[in-house]
Design a protein around this ligand. Sequence first.
Ligand SMILES: [Zn+2]
Length: 95
Amino acid sequence: MVQSVRLSARSNVQEELKQIRQHLLDEKEALLQSSSQLPPSLELEISVCEQALCKCAEGCYGYCDSCGESIELNRLKADPLVRYCLACSSRYKIE
Ligand SMILES: [Zn+2]
């Protein structure tokens, strides 16, 4: 039961990730039209997004990069690109 809830939540997140990636790519495209300099943060966000989509495809999305525990769903909903569980992010002061 819990598993199927997680799975459907995960597929919603995957859709959201695709939209975020599309948005970031559009933004990148627009920036490239107006200047040749891309903010490093944008490149980083795109790569984090790509990695998250990759994890979705492998079925290992939603697990903490640090401890491997599953990340709280409300954290993923708030920010689908989040890579650490609550415990790790507060332990390392990372978001
Ligand atoms: Zn963790």
